[in-house]
Design a protein around this ligand. Structure first.
Ligand SMILES: *Cc1c(COP(=O)(O)O)cnc(C)c1O
Length: 365
């Protein structure tokens, strides 16, 4: 019996190998590798897919957030409200621009930013709020927008886990002032290496982002913006992503199907996530249980991988040393209970059934 890994990129690449190889050949034969026609086309195609006006390709998802913050002039002395349970990516971007995180607690059911907690975290120094669509589930964007209405606070989506997720008919990446995407290989839309994009609606913001991703240039060798960076999505990765984009909706449907199967296993010690609707694209299937380690061992004994996303809250990371943050009771409770199951489009029905059977047979201690 084959071990069911948490994720399997070999299988994924096999499923779209021909189109990917054709894209690679096209770029190799073109002799053009940075900021060219493949990136321009992918920026257009991906922004259109999201329903966003502009897409600016960058080197990875963390720099997408960093550059989005810079495009809204967020810097030292500014506060940015973020969740503490989302893997420190937004915090990394904040630290890069010199801004200060203010951690707000998450909603008990969704594990995404709780609008009331965000409202309480706002202050005179708040310049931005980053809403992470955690595990592939959309944060409550309408409520967050009303919390911020009338304030000079930029709303930024972290869509690194939510390509294609759709809330009230509007996709992730089209809700806020700007949105960051990652195309890290394991994401719902993944490159063969690092990649990212910022989507936005304001053409001036898009222009600033195009400058910020390339040394602050307005044109070759003329520096008009900064502090800037070199953060570009290369032609090879853009071409690969173009080849994969037409499959994204189908892959997301399969992810949701698998999530629905897991959620159907009733167990007194397991709390399943809500898996209804297009607002969840099942990037990760994350259940909760008070006996996480025991369930992980039981799954492993049944030939099934699992992992924890994420084992340490941002606000508890050693890097903060003596910094003090407000208590986050919901985030604190969840961090010790979350467990991720294999959930990717290439799992077959027999494997999904094996995971379901293993969950059902777990004798919690
Ligand atoms: C993966 C991820 C990122 C960072 O993307 P990179 O491309 O690895 O920099 C940011 N936010 C979330 C929620 C992620 O899952």
């Amino acid at each position: 019996m084959e071990f069911i890994k948490l994720n399997d990129l070999n299988r994924h690449t096999r499923a779209c190998r021909e189109a990917v190889m054709a894209a690679i050949t096209r770029v190799v034969d073109s002799g053009w590798f940075i900021l060219g026609p493949e990136l321009e086309a992918f920026e257009r195609e991906f922004a259109a897919y999201c329903g966003a006006a502009h897409g600016v390709g960058v080197a990875n998802g963390t720099e997408a957030i960093e550059l989005a913050l810079r495009a809204f002039d967020v810097g030292p002395g500014d506060e940015v409200v973020i969740a503490a349970n989302a893997g420190f990516y937004a915090a990394t971007a904040l630290r890069a621009v010199g801004a200060t995180p203010v951690y707000a607690d998450v909603d008990e059911r969704q594990l995404t930013l709780a609008p009331a907690a965000v409202a309480a975290a706002l202050g005179p120094a708040t310049r931005a709020v980053i809403a992470t669509h955690l595990y592939g589930r959309m944060a409550p964007m309408p409520a967050l927008k009303s919390v911020l209405a009338g304030r000079a606070v930029a709303l930024i989506e972290d869509c690194a886990q939510a390509h294609g997720a759709c809330l009230d008919g509007v996709r992730a990446g089209a809700w806020a002032d700007a949105a960051g995407f990652s195309f890290y290989p394991t994401k719902n839309l993944g490159a063969l290496g690092d990649g990212g994009m910022v989507t936005c609606r304001d053409p001036d913001v898009a222009q600033r982002l195009r400058r910020l991703r390339q040394y602050g240039w307005s044109q070759k060798y003329v520096v008009v913006e900064g502090p800037a960076r070199n953060s570009r999505l290369d032609e090879l990765q853009a071409a690969v992503l173009r080849a994969k984009l037409p499959h994204l909706d189908r892959w997301n449907r399969r992810r949701r199907e698998i999530a629905a199967a897991y959620a159907g296993v009733a167990h007194p010690r397991i709390r399943h996530p809500a898996v209804t609707g297009d607002d969840y694209v099942a990037h990760l299937y994350v259940l909760r249980t008070g006996q996480r380690d025991d369930l992980g061992r039981h799954l492993h004994a049944n030939g099934i991988g699992s992992d924890v996303h994420y084992p340490v809250l941002d606000s508890r990371q050693p890097v903060w040393r003596n910094a003090r943050f407000a208590p986050l009771p919901v985030s604190e409770a969840a961090v010790g209970e979350v467990l991720s199951l294999p959930c990717y489009p290439e799992l077959d029905d027999a494997e999904v059934a094996r995971v379901c059977a293993a969950l059902a047979s777990w004798q919690a201690p």
